[in-house]
Structures are given as C-alpha cells and as structure tokens.
Design a protein around this ligand. Structure first.
Ligand SMILES: [Ca+2]
Ligand SMILES: [Ca+2]
Ligand SMILES: [Ca+2]
Length: 493
C-alpha cells in the first residue's frame, strides 16, 4: 500500500477506495465493498516489470489544460509534459489568444458578464472546473511520497493538450488535438509533438452520433501510431456520448463501487453487439446530490478522491486552498482516466502491444459484470442504478492486475487465460432497503437521439462530515456552437 495519507480507508471520505484491491462481500457494509474497482493495489504488487508505469508511456489528457507554474499542483511535479493549446476561439479561450504553445489552464469559469455576450448563449453560469488537472492527478499524481493522494501510474507521465475553454470544446479543436497528441502533423501548428502519446483520454462528450470527422482522426492515430482513444460514456443515463460511441474508441461506462451501473452513467441498450465493441466499465463515483436517483440514500458512495485547484475563477496557489487542493469527484469523466491509466501500465509492461492488443487485453482481462436478483438489468426502461450486462455496458469490469498479466503474457509469447471468475451475486441490506423505496432507481429515460436535447446542470449543497461541497452536476451537452461539456460532477473542498 502506498504511504500517501489520503490513500487509506481511515482518510476522510474513506480515502482512495477506487485504487484499492477488489474485495468485499454482502456481509460487509457498502463502504467495505469494492467489487466494482479495478484493483490497482493488486496490479502494483504483481512484481511484473513496468507495473508501476514508465515515464516513456505517456497519456494525453485532452481537456481544459493543466495548471502550471505557481499554480501547478505539487502532486504533479515532474509528471506533466506541456503539449499544446488547441482552443481556437479567442472568446472562449480565456488566455487572450487562439491556439498557442502553452496548454496551462487559465480557468474556464462562466460569469454573468460572459452570459451577456451572445457568443455564450446556451452556456451555463459556473465556476472553473480544473477538469484536466483533476484527471491528470488520477493518472499520474506522485505516489508513495508521503503526501496527499496516490495516482494510478507511479511513473506515468501525462501530456497536457488543451482543447476546452469556457463553455466546453469544439469538435474541430478536439480532433486536431487527437492527431497532434499521437504525433501527427496538424495544419497551422508549427511543431510536431516530440512526446507522442499512445493513449488519448477524452472525458468530454456530445449527444450526436459519431461523425466522419471524429472517426477519421480516431482511425488515423490507431492505424499510423498505434494510439487508442479512451472516452467517457457520459452522464445522462442514456445512450453513449460521442466520441465514446465511435468505432475503435474505448468507451467507459461508470459503476458504483459495488459493481452495478451508477445512477448517471450512459450505457447502450440499442446495440446488441456492444459486447463486441471496445466498451468497458469501471467506477466513477455514485453521488447522492441532485438528480441522483431514488436509491441514492442507500447506495451512493464517496466519489473519486484526487487532486484539485480551489480557484473559483483564476487558478489559486494550491498551498492557499482552505481545505487542501483535493476533491471527491463523480462522473464518467473520472471513469475514463482509470482505464487510460490501466492501459498506460499495460504499455509500460509491454511497449510492443498494438492498439488492437491494448483493446483486446482490456476486454479479455475484464471481470464479469456483477448480478443481483434484486436490481433489474439496465435498459431504457431502467436507466438508473441497474445491473450491467455485456449487451449494455461492454466486456466487463476493468481488472488492472489481469490487464497487466495479459500484457506480460503477450510480451513473453504465452497465451493469456483469464481466471475462472466466480459469479458475484449482490444481495445485501442496502440494496434491499433501496428497492423498498421503489422497484427502480429512476423513471424511464428516452435514449439520446442525434441532435440536441435539453439537459441542464443540477446543483446541490450536500456535504460529508468534513465539509466537501457538491459543486455542480454537469451534463454532457452539445451546445449550439458545438461546444462539448466535460462529463464531470465535482465535490470540491
Ligand atoms: Ca490561447
Ligand atoms: Ca494557452
Ligand atoms: Ca502523493
């Protein structure tokens, strides 16, 4: 176990349960059940060379940028490579110009002054999200350094590729960012990325169908650079967002810590062949704030604890954050980096894995979805907390240790055989109490159709014992100007 003080179960909010070993049974209370986690602590303990990551294995974080300079998070010191800033529209960029070579996150708040500008029609009033920094922390926070939190890749580096400013991101900036991150040339950008990433994390989504522009970039980096895109499913308890829905993309569905689909995650009940796609599931926090389903009082968890910046507009120096620069997070935004981080460990074990082998390995090593006689399976009629199947949430539950064993088997030219997993059947007092309230967690939800739908952010003031604030429940909304919203819900200190 790493020595970071926020890691153990004795830390506030039960610490970083999302990194711990798979464990627990119906005999444990929810806080002690970890049947949905990836089990990084077990992966780190395998002794397989590379299981702590490798600095040459780089994960591109296509996001709001990452705080830097005086505002850099101390837990990301030496772990972030400055890539490029692809935010092309000056009115949203918030750094005074269009594209540039500095991907620092200047903040993405939207205030009343912004909303008075017609360019911000459809945007929401909100504080800065620090979305890219949060995700970088999950993947690469300094680990076993006696401070703060642990990250997935003790030696993994992240590449900051800024694609999102105020009010989200545009598809054209995202697809240029995908190409550049993988090492391909982009028209108008004077430098080719000297630190190409083979894993590209996109915790953004829109509710339109995958289009040719997206698919072309995804195919190009897969074919020419062996790079994979890992993308969040989205948070509307509806169909997969794009680019998670695109071919070859590893779409990531969010689970509760106990292994069933969480209240908000998107899934797919249209495509009976989804199990054959690259989709996989892992935890993302299961919140008890607004729009969190009828069962939230019984089944919500404490969220994904990682680094944060507490500035509500411009970044703050982390040392000045009143409750420390850390936050508990909820959203498929924070499920996707768990898969990206696992893929980076796979590549650290075996750099020769192809893009196809990365996807095949994640799927072949996944644990079966949990079952329950008490909770119904996921469907459009039952889109809240529900039991995943390979027809709705992909190949299974991410298993970090087994993913590494797959990578090691390929490296040593051995066949990989998945364990003979026992079937996990959930039947415990919390679930029984929840279904007493209602047979389903929430009402039927129409599948997301192509084009825009009306969705709003939800707020909420709840707190745990130590005063964390639920900031905002953000939806993945594609707005009038094709700006995509981050798939995040943040409970911030
Ligand atoms: Ca700029
Ligand atoms: Ca910039
Ligand atoms: Ca640390």
């Amino acid at each position: 176990m790493p020595d970071d003080p926020y890691y153990p179960a004795t830390a506030p909010g039960s610490g970083q349960w999302w990194l711990r070993r798979v464990s627990g049974s119906d005999g444990n209370v929810l806080a002690d059940r970890l049947r949905g986690v990836a089990g990084f602590e077990a992966a780190w303990s395998t002794g397989i060379a590379g299981s702590l990551g490798d600095p040459s294995t780089i994960v591109a974080v296509l996001d709001t940028g990452i705080t830097s300079g005086a505002y850099a998070h101390p837990e990301l010191a030496g772990k972030v490579i400055a890539g490029y800033d692809f935010v092309s529209e000056v009115e949203y960029a918030n750094d005074g110009d269009g594209r540039d070579a500095d991907p620092s996150d200047p903040g993405d708040w939207v205030d009343h002054g912004d909303l008075a500008n017609p360019a911000f029609a459809g945007c929401l009033l909100e504080a800065s999200s620090w979305h890219g920094t949060l995700i970088a922390g999950q993947i690469a926070a300094l680990t076993n350094n006696g401070q703060g939190v642990a990250g997935i890749g003790w030696n993994t580096q992240v590449l900051a590729v800024r694609v999102a400013g105020k009010c989200g991101a545009t598809v054209s900036d995202i697809v240029d960012g995908i190409r550049w991150a993988a090492g391909l040339p982009v028209v108008g950008v004077p430098i080719i990325n000297p630190n190409p990433a083979r894993i590209i994390n996109i915790s953004f989504g829109g509710d339109a169908a995958c289009n040719a522009e997206y698919q072309a970039a995804i195919d190009e980096v897969w074919n020419s650079k062996g790079a994979i895109v890992v993308a969040a499913a989205g948070n509307e308890h509806a169909g997969l967002s794009r680019p998670a829905s695109c071919d070859k993309v590893v779409g990531v569905v969010g689970l509760n810590r106990d292994g069933f689909k969480n209240n908000y995650s998107n899934f797919d009940a249209r495509d009976s062949n989804i199990g054959a796609k690259a989709v996989i599931a892992t935890v993302g926090g299961d919140d008890d704030g607004a729009d969190s389903g009828l069962w939230a009082p019984y089944l919500a968890d404490d969220g994904i604890l990682t680094v944060d910046n507490c500035g509500s507009t411009v970044p703050r120096m982390p040392s000045t954050c009143p409750n420390g620069p850390y936050a508990f997070l909820f959203g498929t935004s924070f499920s996707a980096p768990i898969v990206s981080g696992a893929a980076a460990l796979m590549l650290a074990v075996n750099k020769n894995l192809t893009a196809q082998q990365l996807v095949d390995g994640l799927k072949a090593s996944a644990r079966p979805h949990v079952t329950s006689p008490l909770i119904g399976t996921c469907s459009w009629d039952n889109p809240g907390r529900c039991i995943c199947t390979t027809s709705t949430c992909g190949a299974g539950i991410l298993d970090a240790e087994q993913a590494l064993r797959y990578a090691e088997a390929v490296r040593t030219d051995q066949p990989y055989t998945a364990p003979n997993w026992p079937t996990v059947v959930l039947d415990n007092p919390e679930i029984r109490a929840a279904v007493q309230v209602s047979p389903k967690d929430r009402d039927p939800n129409p599948p997301v159709a192509d084009g825009s739908t009306s969705k709003g952010g939800g707020g909420g003031g709840g707190a745990t014992g130590i005063g964390w604030l639920i900031l905002l429940a953000l939806a993945t909304v594609e707005l009038a100007r094709l700006r995509l919203r981050p798939t995040a819900r943040v409970r911030r200190s």
